[in-house]
Design a protein around this ligand. Structure first.
Ligand code: ADP
Length: 391
């Protein structure tokens, strides 16, 4: 029995490793989330992906929305089949020279039936599905996540921990409550939020094609300001979105001159600059995810052999946003663990040079302390204060 158990966990380890290898060759991952279904998450995902590809980026679009996998339909590509390669990996479907996509749709029982897999099966199916795809090199991977804040989006978020979240909402109050849930969800899984998109904001007249302020708009923007999150843009209600979605040609490509396509283009440009800004924030130290090996919450662990408990801090513009204490699974490799935490920095007590070099070479910057007496919270506050003084 013991053996069987070990084998099973070995298989799980292998799968997680595979997921990570596959995803490491992608520069930016964007996880498109919504607090509930029907707000236009898939529409936004598809138009962002097509929009990015029209700007000559190499783009992948992954549809993991088990409740309504609509990407193949929206791309008019339902007849294109996935190919399984000799090594067992799945080759994504080529939509255009620089846009590939994969949908979970073919794995589901039938178009309209709700998925009846039981929880754990669903979770491992999602993981396997993500890990089996060979994307190659990509500039952007856009992921259409399952709606809500339950186990399914959670699995997707945990499988792709270094993705940035794009939260799609509509302007109504009720939808905004869901946005707050999505923000909390991102905080819980420690996913950085790229920003909020307000869909169905304003109205494009089906007769004259001009914008009309019929519905409420601006709620998403207000909320973004309140939470200090970027507002990425708004997309109007436009009947052509439905028609073009049904006809399998996303509006951004089908009606490039329309105000809606222009709104999507603007959104894509904002997303490109926001993702680059997020990367620069890390490179220039405005954002840090700092991991500190600890013995107890108030004491740094000095012995690398004993690293298993970690305080994880999210620091933005000199402020500690979130702190969490995480235990590393016994068998997990330390570097794997740090990657899973999307660590940018590690704080160590007087580390041997080889250890510090090891982290640096693997893209994790090392902060060094010469005391184990000061609690990490205080050390960090001193460090941030010092940095602030230096400007
Ligand atoms: P979700 O992925 O959030 O469930 P979808 O993208 O599938 O939502 O959109 C739900 C429906 O609303 C679809 O029929 C889609 O064509 C339509 N829709 C989405 N955004 C707009 C919009 N801005 N204007 C008009 N219809 C829209």
């Amino acid at each position: 029995m013991q053996k069987l158990k070990e084998k099973k966990s070995f298989l799980l380890d292998q799968r997680e490793k595979k997921v990570k290898e596959q995803l490491s060759r992608i520069r930016h991952k964007l996880l498109v989330l919504s607090g509930k279904g029907g707000v236009g998450k898939s529409t936004v995902s598809v138009n962002i992906a097509v929009g990015l590809s029209l700007q000559d980026f190499m783009v992948g679009l992954l549809d993991v929305d088990l409740h309504g996998p609509s990407v193949p339909k929206m791309l008019g590509a339902r007849d294109l089949k996935l190919t399984r390669k000799a090594d067992g990996k799945v080759g994504p479907i080529k939509y255009s020279p620089n846009l590939k996509f994969v949908s979970i749709e073919p794995l589901l029982p039938s178009e309209d039936s709700a998925v009846i897999w039981r929880g754990p099966l669903k979770i491992s199916a999602i993981q396997q599905f993500i890990g089996d795809i060979d994307w190659g090199e990509l500039d952007y991977l856009v992921i259409d996540a399952p709606p809500g804040t339950g186990d399914e989006p959670l699995t997707v978020a945990q499988s792709i921990p270094d993705a940035y979240a794009i939260i799609v909402t509509t302007p109504q109050e009720v939808a905004l409550i869901d946005v707050k849930k999505s923000i909390r969800f991102c905080q819980k899984v420690k996913m950085r939020i790229l920003g909020i998109v307000e869909n169905m904001s304003g109205f494009i007249c089906p007769h004259c094609g001009k914008p009309i302020d019929l519905f409420k708009k601006g709620g998403g923007q207000k909320l973004a300001e309140e939470y200090g999150i970027r507002f990425l843009g708004r997309i109007p209600v436009d009947p052509r979105i439905v028609d073009s979605g049904d006809a399998g040609k996303p509006v951004i490509a089908a009606y490039p001159e329309s105000p809606t396509a222009k709104a999507f283009e603007e959104l894509v440009r904002t997303i490109v600059s926001a993702t680059e800004e997020m990367k620069r924030d890390v490179e220039e130290g405005r954002y840090m995810r700092l991991v500190v090996p600890i013995k107890t919450p108030r004491e740094i662990e000095p012995d690398p052999e004993k690293f298993d408990l970690f305080a994880v801090y999210d620091i933005e513009n000199g402020k500690i946003l979130v702190k969490d204490v995480v235990k590393k699974p016994e068998k997990q490799d330390l570097l794997d663990f740090l990657r899973e935490q999307v660590a940018t920095h590690i704080l160590l007590f007087d580390p041997p040079k080889e250890l510090a070099d090891f982290f640096t070479q693997n893209g994790i910057r090392v902060l060094i302390t010469d005391t184990t007496q000061t609690p990490p919270d205080d050390l960090l506050k001193e460090y941030l204060e010092e940095k602030r003084k230096q400007g």
